[in-house]
Design a protein around this ligand. Structure first.
Ligand code: KG4
Ligand code: ZN
Length: 369
């Protein structure tokens, strides 16, 4: 089948056309129009500007996705769209557009949860991944660990009690003077530090772990974030300058990154042991971090667990992942109608999805009779 997918939950307008057959995916087009240069001026996403930018970009992005795919609109069998969680105005743009498209083509409309979409990005390049598995989503808005027991059954077994991991990267990056969003620049700075460390340099900075000190699989990034930001301010004050020397920035980026990776791998190791999971999926924007990828890969190797992480371009927001998640929603019979709404948080959206799943099961049971 051919799926058209749309993603507009935050600051990327993305559309994709994907062929899905028996759990194998062929990406026919993958268009992402990023608003990062606009929001960089403000040091973070401005919701109202984001909604307007989605409105301006969406038709062109959708048209480009269809043109590049080589299929015509009449070949499309279903339309999938991110309907939660995210910025409500941004989500509404994608939901309204895709609703209209599905209705004009007379094809099913599949609502997709953005976080499950991130996880589904792993299926595209790792088609052998099958539930049950563990999934860690580390993004700008979420840090959550799920036990996925069926394609559409996600049980959250841990996560951040406060800030998301990517938020910590972005805030620390901003105070350090790195371009927005800070994650990618921090990755490079930390790499420079780790190269020096291999030659014998010692890092003077120590930060508190984000791994909560109990048996849960929970994290807390706000203490770490505040400690790093205070350190940056102290170092600036010591020098009576708003600019930090490169060597201090490298050391701070290195110590921060190591603290994050050690905290995450500690909890992941415990979660793999406790659940006996044979596969771990890591996804979301922060899953692009080269140090985190290496550290988690190491844990998985030691625990003989398959590690499935999307390649870099599928870690950040995109619509291919929404098509992959939409495919499994479609297979389960999940269909939205024109009353589909957008939800900023998981609260209302989880109930809505659960109701659609019950409806799909009911239909299936009746079809069997
Ligand atoms: O998944 P995503 O594109 O959007 C959300 O759903 O939130 O994630 C964006 C986040 C930002 O916080 C960004 O700084 C972070 O992913 N990020 C990284 C890296 N690349 C992007 N964080 C650490 N290291 C990276 N290489
Ligand atoms: Zn995302």
């Amino acid at each position: 089948m051919i799926i058209f997918a749309m993603e507009s939950s935050c600051d990327e307008t993305a559309a994709a056309v994907v062929r899905a057959e028996d759990g194998r995916f062929q990406v026919l087009s993958d268009i992402v129009s990023s608003q990062i240069p606009i929001h960089a001026l403000y040091g973070g996403v401005v919701p109202e500007i984001a909604s307007r930018a989605h409105c301006e970009a969406i038709s062109g992005v959708a048209r480009q996705a269809v043109e590049q795919s080589g299929v015509s609109l009449s070949d499309v069998d279903a339309a999938a769209v991110t309907f939660a969680p995210g910025l409500i105005g941004s989500l509404l743009v994608g939901v309204s557009f895709t609703k209209a498209l599905a209705s004009s083509l007379g094809i099913p409309l599949i609502p997709v949860d953005h976080i499950r979409g991130h996880v589904a990005a792993a299926y595209v390049e790792h088609p052998d991944v099958k539930p049950p598995y563990l999934a860690l989503v580390v993004s700008g808005g979420h840090t959550s660990l799920y036990h996925v027991t069926d394609w559409n059954t996600f049980t959250e077994i841990g996560g951040s009690r406060d800030d998301a991991c990517g938020e910590a990267f972005d805030k620390v990056g901003r105070v350090m003077g790195l371009p927005y969003p800070g994650g990618a620049a921090m990755d490079r700075l930390a790499a420079e530090w780790f190269a020096l460390e291999r030659e014998g340099d010692v890092n003077p900075f120590r930060f508190p772990t984000p791994a909560v000190a109990d048996d849960s699989f929970d994290f807390s990034f706000s203490g770490l974030k505040t400690a790093v930001i205070n350190t940056i301010h102290n170092e600036k004050q010591k020098r009576k300058s708003d600019e930090l020397p490169d060597e201090i920035r490298r050391e701070i980026a290195g110590a921060f990154t190591r603290t994050v990776t050690e905290g995450i791998t500690k909890k992941l190791g415990a979660a793999i042991r406790e659940t006996g999971a044979s596969t771990l999926v890591m996804a979301g924007g922060v899953a692009a971090n080269s140090h985190l990828r290496r550290a988690v890969e190491d844990v998985c190797r030691r625990r003989k667990t398959v590690f499935a992480v999307p390649s870099l371009h599928l870690c950040g927001d995109n619509a291919v992942m929404i098509a992959a998640a939409g495919y499994y929603g479609w297979r389960a019979g999940i269909r939205a109608d024109s009353s589909l709404n957008a939800y900023a948080s998981d609260e209302g959206s989880a109930d809505y999805l659960a109701a659609l799943e019950r409806k799909a099961e009911h239909h299936e049971n009746h079809a069997d009779l």
